[in-house]
Design a protein around this ligand. Structure first.
Ligand SMILES: Cc1cc2nc3c(=O)[nH]c(=O)nc-3n(C[C@H](O)[C@H](O)[C@H](O)COP(=O)(O)O)c2cc1C
Length: 374
């Protein structure tokens, strides 16, 4: 019988569905709710040592809906990392460990470009018993103004150096969360893996401007009449995320076969998850989907993923992980394959016999003629 249970960097998970860092993992209460509902793991909202520097604004979300059904397909946020004090987080992570000894809580962390700060945050957070770390090198708004988040992820040398600092202090698995706001996410993945990270997560949000109000002429979301470009997520980003996950998966397949990949971006169904796993993901994260549908959506996602596996007779996640990567090639190869296929089809139309099984009694003479030269 098919199972969703999987082991990633030695962490055993009941299923590959992981809460992505953001509002669904902002405190012990909601993290507990996620574990109760059956999520495989929870990545907490990104934390840093000094929350006093984190000041959010409202509104901080803007949504894109389809014209007809009004379904939300795109979501911009200009939210910062957690504004809750570090000590409060340490207490809550300990409480969670006591209440859910088998629950998998992964700490998303971010710091300035300072070795002592990164070492301190890793040591103090891992003492609470978290299952792993996700390094936020990818928040695209607000934090880059302080040279954090995507500002680090966009510089492979800096990101590699910070990953090395973290790896020399960490005793649990570490994933680097990559920014899509670069020319080549594969280079980011390679830099983090070369520095020793156990895995990478992709993607964080894509830098965007949701729209401009044609009455006020102000871009949205407007805060006191002004705005900043924000991070785009939800269903609309899934095709971009699939491509970037595929790029990261190829780096892992070709150079770092024992490392792992956590896919994120527009996942709302078990079938979405299956697509990401087919492109090489070990786990699949959901953030905006939980904000739209609530924590219980994981039950349907699990059923859908199991249904997919049973249809294809896959018993484990590993049996289909990365299966579809083999079907990517170059455009030149597509052209070659197509001209070969056309030639084969033309030969068939002409009635040329290719294999002995193709001889037919009532066309035998015609088929012989078509093969003969006088
Ligand atoms: C409101 C909001 C807040 C977010 N905050 C964080 C964060 O603190 N740290 C982080 O690494 N990613 C953060 N993200 C990014 C998500 O974890 C995820 O990478 C992205 O939204 C794409 O996935 P999705 O389409 O499932 O939301 C946030 C996303 C949203 C929508």
């Amino acid at each position: 019988m098919a199972t969703l249970a999987t082991t990633v960097n030695g962490i055993s998970l009941p299923n590959p569905f992981v809460i992505g860092s953001g509002p669904p993992g902002t405190n012990a209460n909601v993290i507990g709710k996620a574990l109760d509902e059956g999520w495989g793991a929870v990545i907490i909202k990104t934390i840093s040592l000094d929350s006093a520097k984190v000041v959010n604004v409202a509104p901080r979300y803007a949504r894109l809906r389809t014209e007809k059904s009004k379904e939300i397909i795109g979501w911009q946020n200009i939210e910062l990392i957690s504004d809750r004090p570090f000590n409060v987080w340490i207490d809550e992570l300990k409480q969670l460990k006591d209440k859910y000894p088998d629950g998998k809580v992964i700490a998303s962390i971010m710091e300035e470009y300072n070795k002592d700060a990164w070492t301190e945050i890793v040591e103090r957070v891992q003492a609470t018993g978290v299952a792993g770390f996700e390094l936020n090198f990818s928040c695209p708004h607000g934090l880059p103004e302080r040279k954090m988040g995507a500002a680090m992820g966009q510089d492979c040398n800096i990101m590699g150096e910070v990953c090395q600092w973290v790896m020399s202090a960490a005793k649990v698995p570490v994933w680097a969360k990559l920014t899509p706001n670069v020319t080549s996410i594969a280079e980011g993945a390679a830099a983090a893996l070369k520095a020793g990270c156990n895995g990478v997560s992709a993607i964080n949000t894509i830098l965007c401007v949701m729209g401009v109000d044609l009455e006020t002429l102000r871009p949205e979301p407007t805060v006191e009449g002004y705005t900043v470009p924000g991070g785009y997520s939800c269903i609309a980003v899934k095709p971009i995320a699939l491509r970037m996950v595929k790029d990261c998966a190829e780096v892992i397949r070709d150079k770092y076969p024992n490392r792992t990949l956590s896919a994120i971006g527009g996942v709302e169904t078990g079938n979405d998850a299956a697509e990401f796993i087919l492109l090489g993901a070990d786990t699949v994260q959901v953030c905006t989907g939980v904000m739209k549908m609530g924590y219980g959506c994981v039950r349907k996602m699990k059923d859908e993923l199991l249904g997919f596996m049973e249809r294809h007779k896959f018993e484990t996640i590993n049996q289909f992980k990365g299966h579809s990567l083999q079907y990517f090639t170059t455009h030149a190869d597509l052209v070659r394959r197509q001209s070969e296929a056309k030639a084969a089809a033309a030969a068939k139309v002409k009635g040329l016999v290719g294999k002995d099984g193709e001889w037919k009694g009532d066309e035998f003479v015609k088929q012989t003629e078509s093969l003969a030269r006088d």
